[in-house]
Design a protein around this ligand. Sequence first.
Ligand SMILES: Nc1nc2c(ncn2[C@@H]2O[C@H](COP(=O)(O)OP(=O)(O)O)[C@@H](O)[C@H]2O)c(=O)[nH]1
Ligand SMILES: [Mg+2]
Length: 328
Amino acid sequence: MPANLTPQYLEAEAKFKQAKSVPEKIKALEVMMAIIPKHKGTEKLRAQLKSRMAKLKEELQKRPAVSRAEQAFNIKKEGAAQVVLLGLPNSGKSSLFTCLTHAPSEVADYPFTTQRPIPGMMRFENIQIQLVDTPPIQMDRIEPGFPNLIRNAHTLLLVLDLTDDPVFQMEILQEELNRMRIRFGDKDTTHILGEGWVFKKAFLLGNKADLKEAAEGFRALENRFKDQFTMIMVSAKEEMNVEEVKKEIYRSLDILRVYTKIPGKEPDLTEPVILKKGSTIEDVALSVHKDFVAKLRYARIWGSGKFDGQMVKRDYKVSEGDVIELHI
Ligand SMILES: Nc1nc2c(ncn2[C@@H]2O[C@H](COP(=O)(O)OP(=O)(O)O)[C@@H](O)[C@H]2O)c(=O)[nH]1
Ligand SMILES: [Mg+2]
């Protein structure tokens, strides 16, 4: 049944979208709720408005009185990369964090359990990647230090509760990050951003897939965002798709692993050299020792070469899994 929304309603909706603060949003939403046509066709929409209102009011109340010290958001990088989990209260960030790292965090079914960022290491095959669990993103309130943590991350994992209007959660995340001058996407998109803006790679984790309303939430997310984002349905509770998430994290980092070997010996495949995609033999040599670079004459390569043990020059671009013998 069509919703047949009136122009007045659409105008109020536009105001809601433009509203910058929680009180402003509440005001705009009140108008929408008052003038929305009340018939069968708008039943679902009206329910959504009601739940948005409940969330906004909760936001307004539950804000911690004191702001965290900026220092708490300064997390020292460790491992191959730093990946930050982001989401609204109760989306399951801490549960997923624990699932991926086996490090303890704080999980509870009331909002704002996690008050400061918590780092932990996630093992992926033979490397370690740092994950950071964070306090919830809140409407209209940016904690000092939080934008920096996000700007410095290699990748963002946007955690959404699939059973609770995930499209709306995504809208809030986009809006709040825009406020921090952060836009989701690749650096090399055609958009040109103004001074102080950064692009951040991000993908979506639709959480609580074990609950029955989750499928519908995921479909709604797909309809709206699938051209823009990779999305994976997960359940922290049932540890569903954990491996897939790890793989996607690795893929998003744009790094590769190669292995060095000494002539006549087998390579140590447990000790990868981690490099940016596009790195060359020269970068491999640099990672071993800076003096190596000047002395380097050639390398032999197993993997991406035309044949095993092929001789290559210092500007040869290495590939994931290559085994490299440096000759000086
Ligand atoms: N059914 C279900 N509940 C979950 C899942 N992940 C988290 N929860 C619950 O959601 C609530 C909030 O989880 P938490 O990890 O603290 O969320 P955070 O506020 O985003 O860190 C807790 O009651 C969790 O037990 C999940 O995959 N399935
Ligand atoms: Mg938490």
